[in-house]
Design a protein around this ligand. Structure first.
Ligand code: FES
Ligand SMILES: [Fe+2]
Length: 336
């Protein structure tokens, strides 16, 4: 039982950072489907299938003209709704057959990301007001492209047991490997849980957190895991300092994903954004090695697969909820 590629089409997924999208067409993969993203008139986001209906050429190799995208091979032009509006080879280029169209998809721009749903989405995006409040400093990191499914990447993010082992000195203390008690509650497509855990002091290399260096530091972490692949994590150290850690994984294919990190914080305004971004690069690099070694490359959602202990409560709740919502389903045995 694995993530159901069909059911995932009816969810919002990130496909790129909004700042990277201009009026130059950009390719992106979502659930094995090649997409082309571009900005049309007024900067509005357009998302279409990246296959020209004429000969299957990638429209992302073409260019944008007004509110149309032009195929690089024979110059057919497509409007925002995916309909071909001009075929230059015809004596009357406007006499376009009705079949000449490509699929266009719903898109929105939020939290500095472009989001796409391939079918009518079942749930709205999470609300993270801190990231839209001008008073918080926002830093982006990633995308982290891993050879595993998006569920493996999300579970890694939520896995408490690995911090001291994979990130010693940065996210965990090897002398304190016990996972504190935590409860998970599931409401609709959202898992809620929080934890107060011992953490490493701010390191000299990456002084990115809001805790003071003295005393045994603890951090309160309040998680919302929005199924299938989005997490809003709020960190606090008992004072005014707050950090919102927003993570969303793009299911590019069955065995591949791209993780986007958007972090907001109300302190350390003077710090160069690169400090936080390089910290994330380090953390995600450490995780990538172990996660890409996992087999199968995608999360098996049957609880009889793999061994779950009490401190894996989040993964258990995640796997149950994915199944209950129809986002995971039985798949044929064998590769892909
Ligand atoms: S392949 Fe696109 S116009 Fe011919
Ligand atoms: Fe990790």
């Amino acid at each position: 039982m694995f993530a159901d590629q069909q059911a995932l089409r009816a969810c919002w997924h990130p496909v790129g950072f909004a700042a990277d999208l201009t009026d130059r067409p950009m390719p992106a993969d979502l659930l094995g489907e090649p997409l082309v993203l571009w900005r049309g008139r007024g900067g509005s986001v357009r998302v279409m299938s990246d296959l020209c209906v004429h000969r299957g050429t990638a429209l992302s190799l073409g260019w944008v003209s007004g509110d149309e995208i032009v195929c690089p091979y024979h110059g057919w032009r497509y409007g925002a709704d995916g309909r071909c509006v001009a075929i230059p080879q015809l004596e009357d280029p406007g006499r376009v057959p009705a079949k000449a169209r490509v699929s266009a998809f719903a898109a929105q721009e939020r939290y500095g990301l472009i989001w796409v749903a391939l079918e009518q989405p079942r749930w709205a995006l999470p609300e993270v007001p801190e990231l839209e409040d001008g008073g918080w400093r926002v830093v982006r990191a990633g995308p982290y492209r891993w050879r595993c499914d998006a569920a493996r990447q999300v579970e890694n993010f939520t896995d408490f047991g690995h911090f001291p082992w994979v990130h010693p000195g940065l996210l965990g203390d090897p002398d304190r490997p016990v996972v504190p008690r935590h409860e998970v509650s599931t409401e609709g497509n959202v898992l809620h849980y929080s934890i107060v855990r011992p953490e490493a002091p701010n390191s000299d290399d990456f002084p990115v957190f809001g805790n003071e260096d003295s005393g045994p530091p603890t951090r309160r972490s309040r998680y919302e895991l929005h199924l299938p692949y989005t997490i809003a994590l709020r960190l606090g150290w008992g004072g005014e300092h707050g950090m919102v850690y927003f993570f969303a994984s793009q299911p590019t294919g069955i065995h591949s994903c791209a993780g986007y990190v958007v972090i907001g914080r109300n302190y350390n305004f003077g710090q160069d954004d690169r400090v936080l971004a390089e910290f994330e690069d380090t953390i995600f690099g450490q995780d990538q090695i172990v996660v890409e070694s996992q087999r199968p490359e995608r999360v098996p959602f049957d609880l009889a697969d793999e061994l779950h202990l009490k401190f894996d409560a989040v993964a258990v709740a995640y796997r149950k909820a994915m199944r209950a919502l129809g986002l995971a389903a039985s798949a044929p045995v064998g590769p892909d």
